[in-house]
Design a protein around this ligand. Structure first.
Ligand SMILES: *[C@@H]1O[C@H](CO)[C@@H](O)[C@H](O)[C@H]1NC(C)=O
Ligand SMILES: *[C@@H]1O[C@H](CO)[C@@H](O)[C@H](O)[C@H]1NC(C)=O
Ligand SMILES: *[C@@H]1O[C@H](CO)[C@@H](O)[C@H](O)[C@H]1NC(C)=O
Ligand SMILES: *[C@@H]1O[C@H](CO)[C@@H](O)[C@H](O)[C@H]1NC(C)=O
Ligand SMILES: *[C@@H]1O[C@H](CO)[C@@H](O)[C@H](O)[C@H]1NC(C)=O
Length: 333
């Protein structure tokens, strides 16, 4: 139990250290950095001392996960950043602009011209909501790895958070996330995200093949909140030849700085050029059905003929940044 808190402290450490060292008022001399490096190291020692001396013999691990995911290919390239891989499906759910306007808080504009410049033929009066169903694998910083977890939700890109009619942000108000993973759950709650601790199927992978399916490459994914009936999200996707939305659109939306309550922003940089994406597995266009129960929508909603991509990407994540610092930011892809 105690070691879980040290785990959390360790994961947050690089962020704390950098924030402190970079904060102008605190940039007095080298001693701050030295202090952080030293106390970070002592936390690591404490962490390993804990697991060495306080292992409860019959304790059942959080999850016994044997994921099929390929290893994190960039951990050694960015050793002092939080990195990992995100395997799963990202798809576009066209909803009416009217519904989008009802769901998205009224103080935030919707940058319709921004998504139309990427998707010129997107139907009039419609808005592209995003559904992501992902497995986070080998998330780590400073060689310190946390356990894998899964998460899913509906996200709203092209939000004019700064009211400049230009910089696109992605609003991710709610999320279903692996129950029992205290670090991930707390990490997301700190953004003001409405979190639903959930059970996932499959438990340790991004999706699973549907046996004997008539359609080629049919896979499913399902998440259900522990709180009965509070939230659920299930997907059923098959491979398709149709590429309705260009890859650039997915790159653009998945890389927009993300916020929930708007007090801080998450800069999740998904890289589309590493071996987990460009390797034999590649990027597969998919078409299918998404069923969602979330407080954002009334009742359970189902969308059919949803187009998306099944892929794995490496990522670098910069957490809890000022949203203002992304004024004019146009992504990193
Ligand atoms: C992504 O997950 C699927 C399902 O578990 C797996 O088959 C595939 O190999 C994974 N892709 C990579 C690149 O790890
Ligand atoms: C790695 O972290 C540092 C410090 O927070 C940051 O300045 C840098 O941009 C990050 N690297 C990437 C690739 O995001
Ligand atoms: C926002 O920018 C777009 C594209 O430059 C422009 O067409 C639109 O009129 C602007 N909206 C406002 C409210 O200024
Ligand atoms: C994402 O799309 C917006 C709107 O067209 C554009 O302003 C921005 O430069 C794009 N970003 C990238 C990295 O392509
Ligand atoms: C992948 O893209 C990132 C960001 O655009 C770049 O910094 C990096 O060098 C590229 N890596 C490879 C292996 O091409």
């Amino acid at each position: 139990m105690f070691s879980a808190y040290i785990d959390a402290a360790l994961l947050c450490y690089p962020v704390l250290a950098v924030v402190t060292v970079q904060h102008p008022k605190m940039r007095t001399n080298q001693s701050n950095l030295q202090y952080f490096v030293l106390s970070f190291l002592s936390l690591i020692v404490l962490r390993y001392a804990c697991s060495a001396y306080f292992v409860i013999p019959h304790q059942i691990p959080l999850t016994i996960c044997a994921s099929k995911d390929q290893p994190n290919p960039i951990a050694s390239i960015y050793p002092s950043n939080a990195t990992g891989t995100l395997n799963g499906t990202v798809a576009i759910i066209p909803i009416s602009l009217e519904l989008a306007r009802q769901i998205i808080p009224p103080q935030y504009g919707i940058l319709e011209h921004a998504y139309r410049s990427l998707l010129p033929s997107f139907p009039q009066g419609m808005y592209p909501a995003i559904v992501q169903a992902l497995h986070d694998h080998e998330v780590q910083a400073f060689g310190y790895k946390i356990e894998d977890f899964s998460r899913t939700g509906v996200e709203f890109p092209f939000i004019d958070l700064l009211n400049d009619n230009h910089s696109s942000f992605k609003w991710a108000p709610s999320m279903l996330m692996s129950s029992g993973h205290d670090i991930a759950l707390k990490g997301a709650m700190d953004y003001g995200t409405n979190i639903f601790p959930s059970v996932f199927e499959p438990g340790c992978d991004a999706y699973k093949a549907v046996p004997n399916s008539k359609r080629p490459g049919t896979t499913y994914f399902s998440a259900r909140s522990l709180e009965p009936g509070a939230a659920s999200l299930t997907t059923l996707f098959s491979s398709t030849q149709e590429e309705v939305f260009p890859l650039e659109f997915f790159k653009n939306t998945t890389n927009q700085p993300t916020f929930a309550d708007g007090k801080s922003c998450d800069n999740m940089i998904r890289l589309f050029n590493t071996s987990v994406t460009t390797g034999s597995f590649g990027i597969q266009p998919v078409k299918g059905t998404v069923r969602v129960k979330l407080p954002l929508f009334t009742g359970e909603r189902e969308w059919t003929n949803v187009y998306g991509l099944r892929l794995d990407t490496a990522f670098v994540e910069n957490n809890y940044l000022s949203c203002e610092s992304f004024r004019g930011y146009s992504g990193h892809v």
